[in-house]
Design a protein around this ligand. Structure first.
Ligand code: 5GP
Ligand code: ZN
Length: 111
């Protein structure tokens, strides 16, 4: 079972920020900004490269949670959402996740 599935199951502890039937959100263990959390579907989807018409509703559910959590976390000045997909993007956990980063000016932009 993947690390994030273990987190969802509670076998690996995490700082949960939000949970419902479909979505789990928790603080990144190695934060890259003052606020850095991950939003994941509870269903194991490997990466953004495995999103289909059958599972895209779960992606929508993740994105519905993001604005609520961002507001709760005080990110009124904006935030960045990142999803690394595959080796060239440096994806290190093969369970679809959306990084949400904020709490400072993010500076250099890749795109
Ligand atoms: P990726 O590199 O795949 O885009 O992002 C994976 C993220 O998961 C990294 O930012 C890493 O810090 C985080 N991460 C990896 N293992 C754990 C863990 O056990 N707990 C938490 N909270 N975050 C983790
Ligand atoms: Zn998983």
């Amino acid at each position: 079972m993947c690390v994030f599935c273990e987190i969802i199951n509670g076998n690996i502890p995490s700082q949960c920020l939000y949970e419902d039937e479909y979505v789990y959100a928790f603080r990144d263990i190695n934060p890259q900004a003052p606020v850095h959390f991950l939003v994941i579907p509870k269903q194991h989807i490997e990466s953004a490269g495995k999103i289909t018409a059958e599972n895209s509703d779960l992606v929508a559910k993740c994105f519905e949670v993001i604005p609520k959590l961002a507001a709760e976390q005080g990110l009124s000045n904006g935030y960045r959402i990142i999803s690394n997909c595959g080796p060239d993007a440096g994806q290190s956990v093969e369970h679809l996740h959306f990084h949400v980063l904020g709490g400072k000016s993010m500076g250099e932009k890749l795109v």
